[in-house]
Ligand binder design. Structure first.
Ligand code: HEM
Length: 461
């Protein structure tokens, strides 16, 4: 029997039982849109999925030896990294891949936002994506404590402490998270359960929904190319490119894991085991959360202890909740985009958020502030250095937007840059600079809105 006859009869056998020919036909006809923007953005969901798969596999291998407990968490991680053959590599792969997954996810999220891929009928793809983003942050936060070392202990104490600023239920939420008023081994048990049971089950379900929606609706064509007949066949053309990219990601991941097994050494991107957690030891200064939480950490620092009768941290977390809420509801807020019209204001909002988050993240790293040892970094020098960097990034971003994409709306970007300039170069407080920029941006919006109303009235009369 020839090999093609053999594979045909195998296919027949499987098709009679599981009707798989329908799936093959579907894959043959599935296409990835080609049009107004680069196809690069269509690969980022796939790379996120790739790193997620690595997380599951490397996490399972770590579980062969890891045991949560007062006398075992730290000890088993040390055993894995020093005694188990290639254990150090598996741990390094798990942590590097976690960082790369979040990085890929964040770029995927911003690219789908800027391409307005959330337009109808894909609103729920965006919402499930937003849930995936939140769950992934939960994975990062809960996994951090598991080695039960000093760094993890104090970072978790600081991180969970901010939860008590959530209005009304803050203290209760803090105790539910910690399993008591303080971070103890009970907190580790809870985080362990979250990390290996609750979050994986939830993320599998949500990724399933996300992918089913994408399969049912296909990938969003660029605006203005909805009826374009051009498309790249998913199978085999796009899939082979996907596989090649995954291979490159694997090579990059292994290189980083082998040559930098404890991370690049930046605050928030390091995982040297160090000393075992000792709740009685004094917390050392300069403890920072992981890089993707840094902007929230810095925002909390920018708020005073009290603001208009509200606790400063409560106000800061309120602001973060508003920003996140707007982000989750974008498919409904961007009303014109629902009718297929261009919405430059939302494009500008997406671009401005990158600068806003970037500035706070750099500040949290105390870039350019000097210091070290017992000497604290100079806040004015940090604010100035970070402002110079972000203004440089903004100049490149604006040049690309104007020259390549012919954008002409920059109100939100302008407000964010004004805040950075007032704070970084003129020493104004971050909040006051923000308030001035916000009021000015609102003024521009109102004037523009009134102008549009007048044109509309004129056209009617
Ligand atoms: C674990 C995290 C995630 C995984 C594994 C994932 C996976 C994918 C895959 C494979 C695609 C199709 C290919 C592509 O466009 O890249 C996709 C599309 C999409 N994703 Fe995600 N994603 C994740 C997180 C997110 C997040 C955080 C958002 C936004 C909040 C998001 C929003 C979308 C949207 C709107 C599409 C449709 C894109 C289009 O039709 O062009 N995803 N995702």
């Amino acid at each position: 029997m020839s090999s093609s006859t053999k594979s045909n009869s195998l296919l027949d056998w499987a098709d009679q039982r599981y009707q798989i020919r329908g799936l093959i036909e579907f894959l043959k006809h599935k296409e990835v849109p080609i049009g107004g923007h680069s196809m690069v953005w269509y690969y980022l969901g796939g790379t996120t999925l790739f790193f997620f798969t690595i997380q599951i596999l490397s996490g399972l291998l770590l579980l062969l030896y890891y045991q949560p407990g007062q006398d075992t968490s730290y000890e088993t991680i040390r055993y894995i990294t020093t005694k188990v053959p290639f254990g150090w590599l598996i741990r390094s792969v798990h942590v590097w891949s976690a960082h790369l997954m979040i990085l890929s996810l964040v770029v995927h999220m911003f690219s789908t936002m800027l391409l307005k891929a959330y337009r109808p009928p894909r609103e729920m793809t965006w919402v499930t994506g937003f849930l995936l983003f939140s769950i992934s942050l939960g994975f990062g936060f809960s996994g951090y404590l598991l080695p039960w070392n000093e760094l993890a202990y104090f970072a978790t104490s600081v991180g969970t402490d901010s939860v008590k600023s959530v209005p009304v239920i803050g203290q209760w939420l803090l105790e539910v998270m910690r399993g008591g008023p303080d971070v103890t081994i009970n907190t580790l048990y809870r985080f362990f359960a979250l990390h290996i049971v609750v979050l994986p089950i939830t993320i599998f379900a949500v990724i399933g929904m996300h992918l089913v929606m994408i399969q049912r609706q296909g990938m969003a064509p660029p605006r203005g190319h909805e009826t374009s007949p051009r498309g790249m066949p998913f199978f085999p053309n796009f899939m082979l490119r996907d596989l090649l990219l995954w291979l490159m990601c694997l090579i990059g991941l292994m290189t980083l894991a082998v040559f930098l097994p404890y991370g690049p050494g930046l605050p928030g991107v390091e995982w040297e085991l160090g000393l075992k957690a000792n709740p009685l030891a004094p917390a050392y200064p300069g403890i920072k959360p992981e890089w993707y939480f840094l902007w929230i950490y810095q925002l909390l620092k920018e708020f005073p202890a009290h603001l208009f009768g509200v606790e400063g941290p409560e106000a800061a977390l309120g602001l973060v909740s508003v920003i996140m809420g707007i982000w989750a509801l974008i498919p409904w807020l961007d009303r014109k985009s629902r009718q297929g019209l261009p919405t430059p204001g939302f494009t500008d909002y997406g671009n401005a958020s990158i600068l806003f988050i970037g500035y706070l993240t750099l500040k949290a790293w105390d870039l350019g502030g000097g210091g070290g040892g017992d000497v604290l970094p100079d806040p004015a020098a940090v604010a100035r250095t970070c402002a110079i960097i972000i203004l440089g990034v903004a100049a490149v971003q604006i040049a690309i937007r104007v020259l390549v994409y012919h954008h002409w709306r920059f109100t939100t970007t302008g407000a964010v840059l004004l805040q950075i300039i007032l704070h970084g170069f003129f020493g104004m407080s971050y909040l006051l600079a923000g308030a001035i920029s916000f009021v000015l941006a609102m003024g521009v919006y109102i004037i523009r809105y009134r102008g549009r109303e007048r044109v509309f009235e004129g056209a009617k009369s």
